[in-house]
Design a protein around this ligand. Structure first.
Ligand SMILES: NC(=O)c1ccc[n+]([C@@H]2O[C@H](COP(=O)([O-])OP(=O)(O)OC[C@H]3O[C@@H](n4cnc5c(N)ncnc54)[C@H](OP(=O)(O)O)[C@@H]3O)[C@@H](O)[C@H]2O)c1
Length: 408
């Protein structure tokens, strides 16, 4: 058995979740890559061997200590001694990225950092690989979950900034010291990294203009609601006049149809615009130990296998064709007493339970519009057949699936 040795720097929120995830998935990763990943050691301020000792027995270093020093020195040493590095450290990359990427190129090793921007949302990979062939005009992002949660809370409850921040801290969405989040500095670091990748231009954190949300008042959100606009802390990176690049973070109103307008709570989302592809939007959890650790592990696996190879299909999952779904049901019915009772009886026979029902129109316009709770498609189809045969039906029944919120 060949072992792939992973040295872990940091065992905090993300580091400890990563260590757990690596152990849980080691068998699966071995079956896919032919290499079994194992932790070769963990280094924190309070425990572990010295960094040179850890480096000596590692093929790859995962840096999850954060901050600039000693993270920069550790990452540089790892790259210069031929180790791949995976990090989630946006401060480090937005201030020393060029030096680190240069070292990785020079020593022919990978420096991966999916977890540094938008948590588990795979925006780095998409910019570096999937959209490598597109000329990008603009990137818009909600890249800080804390501020998005605070603005969502203020909009929902009408509360003041300080109260929404206290609620974010109580729920673990904001740190004890939230300065970097609420001033926009955290988002600025992430936008510097996204701009660097999207526009292939070195961008330092100091070049990103940023404003925070501390001065937003409850009535700003009330105004937004009246006009049906969303208020978000938006990061932008935009090509200007062909050869310019503007990168900034500021609160902004969004019109209702904007792809980022419906991103609420601690979620992150990034929209990439290009003439060739129109736009691509990705969204998902922007932070959290297990979520960020999942992005970090994805990077480790990518570093273990040759890029762009599709691993063999090792699972043999059963393909299922009869699944549960919720449905919208539109019935053109006779305008007479007892119609709803007849339909309900048929639905009950097939275990279809009704979530909502509305009766519309009269005489030859009479109809029943229903939404039913999730049910096996085969049972629903049987109910539809029976309903189609009822003499009260003026036309064949119509149904459309309803996709319900699964993670909320
Ligand atoms: N938390 C998130 O949701 C999240 C999301 C995306 C990205 N990130 C990034 O992930 C990284 C880690 O964040 P985290 O939330 O896991 O931090 P954390 O909970 O504060 O943990 C930091 C860990 O690093 C260790 N450490 C700190 N300074 C060190 C030093 N000088 N030498 C050796 N070890 C040191 C700490 O050791 P001790 O315990 O001994 O002090 C601790 O184990 C940061 O770059 C952060 O920006 C975090």
């Amino acid at each position: 058995m060949s072992v792939f040795r992973v040295g872990l720097l940091g065992h905090g929120t993300v580091g400890s979740a990563f260590a757990r995830l690596l152990e849980e998935h080691a068998g699966r990763i071995e079956r896919t890559t032919g290499l079994r990943p194992e932790l070769s050691g963990v280094l924190t301020r309070s425990r572990g061997d010295s960094f040179p000792e850890l480096l000596e027995r590692s093929d790859l270093i995962v840096e999850l200590i954060g901050g600039l020093d000693p993270a920069r020195e550790y990452v540089l040493q790892a790259l210069r001694t031929g180790r791949h590095v995976v990090t989630a450290n946006k401060q480090l990359l937005s201030q020393h990225g060029e030096e680190l990427w240069e070292a990785a190129r020079e020593h022919d090793v990978q420096l991966r950092f999916e977890g540094a921007v938008a948590g588990v949302v795979p925006v780095i990979r998409v910019l570096q690989e999937s959209l490598a062939g597109a000329v990008i005009d603009r990137v818009h992002g909600i890249v800080n979950g804390t501020t998005n949660f605070i603005l969502t809370e203020m909009g929902r409850t009408g509360c003041a900034f300080a109260d929404a921040l206290a609620e974010a801290q109580r729920l673990g969405y904001a740190e004890a010291d939230p300065t970097d989040d609420v001033t926009g500095r955290d988002a600025a670091a992430k936008m510097a990294i996204l701009a660097r990748l999207a526009f292939e231009t070195p961008v330092h954190l100091d070049q990103v203009r940023y404003e925070g949300i501390e001065r937003i008042q409850p009535d700003d959100l009330e105004y937004a609601r009246e006009l049906e606009l969303g208020l978000k802390l938006i990061g932008t990176a935009e090509r200007i006049d062909g050869d310019g690049l503007a990168v900034g973070v500021y609160p902004a109103f969004l019109y209702p149809g904007h792809p980022l307008a419906s991103v609420n709570g601690p979620f992150n989302a990034v929209t990439i615009e290009s003439e060739a592809i129109t736009e691509v939007t990705m969204s998902g959890p922007g932070a959290g130990g297990p979520q960020t650790a999942s992005a970090v592990l994805g990077d480790v696996i990518s570093a273990m296998i040759p890029p762009a190879s599709t691993p063999p299909a090792l699972e043999r999952l059963r393909i299922v064709s009869d699944v549960r779904s919720s449905f919208y049901l539109h019935l053109e019915v006779a305008d007479e007493p007892g119609v709803l009772a007849q339909v309900s009886q048929v639905l009950a026979l097939q275990d279809v339970s009704v979530k909502s029902v509305v009766q519309k129109g009269m005489r030859d316009q009479a109809r029943l519009v229903m939404v039913v709770h999730p049910v096996l498609e085969s049972r629903f189809a049987a109910a539809m057949d029976m309903i189609a045969g009822l003499p009260i039906m003026r036309a064949p029944p119509r149904a459309i699936r309803v996709i319900e919120e699964q993670f909320g």
